[in-house]
Design a protein around this ligand. Structure first.
Ligand code: HEC
Length: 125
């Protein structure tokens, strides 16, 4: 076997010509990348949790108070809003309210996901 490169058996040829690397598929990325929130321009198949939607679409304003947004967990900022009723808050989250952009400007959030994010903030009080 001194000249293995000349071995023309099918096994030897297949071994020499197999692909060097393998390709990542979406399944390989599960657990590595949050494929539900990264790089997707369409609605994901399964609704995301309120927590996930909040982090992806609402936290930029609702953890910082940017533009006057009520901060999640700030009871003083939320109690008067919660008193308006969940339906009103949900309506404002979906359709916008002053500096609150419609759907938090989330282009791929479903109504259900927006509702989960609203509940997530209400439940934090
Ligand atoms: C660009 C900043 C910004 C983003 C992003 C944003 N909000 Fe807001 N949000 C605001 C501001 C500012 C207000 C306060 C508006 C006011 O009371 O005048 C507000 C208010 C609200 C209210 C209270 C409405 C009321 O009637 O008192 C809810 C509910 C809400 N946001 C939900 C969300 C949800 C859910 C998301 C994510 C999907 C989100 N927001 C993303 C800025 C933002």
């Amino acid at each position: 076997m001194a000249y293995a490169a000349n071995d023309m058996s099918p096994e030897a040829v297949a071994e020499r010509t197999k692909p060097v690397g393998s390709v990542y598929t979406a399944a390989d990325l599960e657990g590595i990348v949050d494929t539900a929130t990264v790089g997707s321009s369409s609605e994901p198949a399964a609704p995301r949790s309120g927590d996930a939607v909040f982090t992806a679409a609402c936290a930029a304003c609702h953890t910082t108070g940017a533009a006057g947004a009520p901060i999640k967990g700030d009871a003083a900022a939320w109690e008067a809003r919660i008193a308006k009723g969940r339906d009103t808050l949900l309506d404002h989250a979906l359709n916008g309210f002053n500096a609150m952009p419609p759907r938090g400007a989330c282009g791929n959030c479903s109504d259900e996901e927006i509702a989960s994010a609203v509940d997530y903030m209400i439940d934090a009080i």
